[in-house]
Design a binder for this molecule. Structure first.
Ligand code: C5P
Length: 241
């Protein structure tokens, strides 16, 4: 069985993929199924955590025992994650969040203009993961605690105490790019997915390298998404003691 190492802990997991509306019927989206995020939510419940699952456009049954908050866009996901993370011990950003959104959402359906394509202007979405790291850094600084993310994440008086976990799909220079992203976004763990070859999007299996701030990377061989989820929670729990 699983350890009950998240007993009494509050965790937030984002899952799925955001949709950025163009008009009432169209959106810009991505292929994230939500399977990995849902596996994270299920395994966290099994390890004793109180789980808030922020689900972006996922068509999977609600995991038993988790509080599910449904969102559509990156801005909605940001709102839900920041609200739920206010008193959380860990936040895991497994959702695929759109980097950009259409500058305007049209009130009525965009018309074909004599067969000419209409350009779509995009604006940047906030980077929620980086924002979580920034909030923690600021709170720790205000509390006079060291600004370096690492073990003892829950010890900062008045600081958002959460452990922060990000996901990244890297195709080349996985370790170097991953370590740079881990540092840039200020997270404790970064799960670097190997994409392609029947892995990741929409499949039950995953393979990944978990990069650890101030520690050695942990390889998770190809297997069910629950296996990767359990590895992540084990590393999270170790940083909460
Ligand atoms: O930079 P990149 O998109 O590769 O980072 C992926 C990680 O950042 C994921 O954990 C994703 O949930 C998060 N992310 C975010 N806000 C964005 C884009 C990505 O929180 N706007």
């Amino acid at each position: 069985g699983r350890p009950r190492d998240l007993e009494g802990r509050k965790v937030v997991v984002s899952a799925g993929g955001t949709r950025e509306a163009l008009d009432p019927v169209r959106f810009l989206g991505n292929r994230s199924s939500g399977l990995q995020g849902y596996a994270l939510a299920r395994t966290a419940v099994a390890r004793g955590a109180e789980v808030t699952l922020v689900a972006a456009n996922v068509s999977l049954p609600d995991p038993a025992g988790a509080k599910v908050v449904r969102v559509e866009s990156a801005l909605e996901l940001r709102e839900a994650v920041l609200t739920a993370s206010a008193d959380a011990d860990a936040v895991v950003m497994a959702a695929a969040v759109a980097d950009f959104r259409p500058a305007v959402r049209r009130e009525s359906k965009i018309k074909k203009r004599d067969g000419e394509p209409e350009p779509i202007e995009l604006v940047k979405n906030p980077d929620i993961l980086a924002e979580l790291g920034e909030r923690r850094r600021a709170a720790r600084q205000a509390a006079g605690v060291g600004s370096v993310p690492g073990p003892g994440a829950s010890s900062g008086v008045g600081a958002p105490p959460y452990v922060i976990v990000g996901f990244a799909a890297e195709t080349d220079d996985v370790l170097a790019n991953g370590q740079a992203k881990l540092a840039r976004k200020g997270c404790d763990l970064l799960v670097v997915n190997q994409v392609g070859e029947g892995l990741a999007f929409g499949t039950p299996d995953n393979a990944a390298t978990v990069l650890v701030a101030g520690g050695s990377p942990v390889e998770v061989p190809r297997g069910p998404k629950e296996d990767l989820a359990d590895t992540v929670w084990g590393l999270v729990a170790a940083r909460l003691v």
